[in-house]
Design a protein around this ligand. Structure first.
Ligand code: ATP
Ligand code: MG
Length: 334
């Protein structure tokens, strides 16, 4: 039997380059070797978007399109919608007994997000508890591996703790899942900030047109100390070179090395490097754009893929919940 993968994204916006290097690339690579489940995390998206259900609904289609465009193959990977699997909500309730509030409040990613979203004084319980719900997502299909970006490591650790506690108290039901991190664990934003994110407006989208990419790259943050093209620049932490390293094909390595040398010496301008980066990114995105066209014009096909996937996971979830209830001694009428 193949080992399993569970991973997913919040339908809060279209996917971007950070998703690609952080997680999508691993999913494409691993979908042959593993039985892979990819979840549209609409319940999780609602924890901080509950006033905006329309946004979440629209992005279900957008994110599904992004998956298919990058080469997630619906014949190899099962794409499904979180809210349609009632077992996940049920399992979350059982897991809530196994986690303390203090433990949730220590989660560094959740802490950062609460600050970013200005929710310090109005924190929804559902948001604080989303790592518990995520443990239910991962374990309901008995996942072994979870391809994620670096910000999700605390969630996987939380999941492992819950699994250990559950198995200890009620008997061995779940495998302890492991995280697998992408080539670039955390891609910086075009504004040079900590993380490219759908919610921060600092992303290059996988669905951006060539001219949108060019416009965004031209506005990119580079080295703030570089006032003129002949001021020596720094490469470290410079998004231009971080993106070049992440998205250029092997054949461009030598040229990139030369650009780095010239940049350090103040012998090449930001504009020239930006033009080069635009070309590299557009060449990377072209095959993704082409694949997108096929699905974009066929929304019925996308809907079928989601329906089939959700049905498959529904069956697996039911089976897991049967085992969970038996282990917890709440299987009264079987
Ligand atoms: P939101 O702002 O709504 O939280 P997001 O851009 O953080 O959106 P998520 O749906 O939360 O995207 O994350 C989906 C997956 O993509 C996670 O595994 C996450 O770690 C990964 N990911 C997101 N942004 C990046 C990034 N900039 N670099 C690497 N991985 C990323
Ligand atoms: Mg996120």
């Amino acid at each position: 039997m193949k080992k399993r993968i569970l991973t997913g994204d919040r339908p809060t916006g279209k996917l971007h380059l950070g998703h690609y290097v952080g997680s999508l690339k691993n999913r494409i690579k691993l979908q042959d070797e593993y039985e892979q489940f990819i979840m549209l995390a609409d319940v999780q998206a609602l924890t901080d978007n509950f006033e905006n259900p329309e946004k979440v609904r629209q992005n279900i289609f957008n994110v599904a399109l992004d998956y298919l465009s990058v080469g997630i193959d619906p014949k190899k990977s099962t794409i499904f919608i979180q809210s349609q699997i009632p077992g996940i909500a049920e399992l979350t309730v059982f897991y809530m007994n196994l986690v303390t509030v203090a433990r949730l409040e220590r989660n560094p990613t959740v802490k950062t997000e609460i600050k970013q979203k200005g929710m310090e004084d109005s924190l929804p319980l559902g948001f604080l508890a989303y790592p518990v719900s995520q443990a239910a997502d991962i374990t309901i299909v008995k996942s072994n591996l979870v391809p994620v970006g670096e910000d999700q490591l605390p969630m996987i650790e939380q999941t492992r703790e819950i699994v250990r506690k559950f198995n200890f108290l009620y008997g061995d039901v779940f495998p302890e899942p492991e995280a697998v991190i992408g080539d670039v664990p955390r891609l910086v934003g075009i504004d040079g900030s900590y993380k490219m994110s759908k919610s921060l407006g600092n992303a290059i989208l996988l669905s951006d047109s060539a001219s949108e990419v060019e416009k965004k790259v031209m506005s990119m943050y580079t080295d703030p100390n570089r006032i003129k093209a002949n001021t020596p620049g720094s490469i470290e932490g410079n998004p231009l070179f971080i993106y070049l390293d992440a998205f250029a094909p092997e054949a461009e390595r030598e040229k990139i090395g030369k650009y780095k040398d010239l940049y350090r010496l103040g012998q090449v301008g930001d504009i020239e490097v930006k033009k080069y980066l635009s070309r590299i990114l557009n060449e990377f995105l072209d095959p993704i754009r082409n694949r997108r066209l096929k699905y974009e014009n066929n929304p019925k096909l996308v809907e079928e893929i989601l329906k089939d996937g959700t049905k498959r996971v529904g069956d697996i979830a039911q089976k897991t919940m049967g085992e969970v209830k038996k282990a917890m001694k709440i299987d009264y009428f079987t």
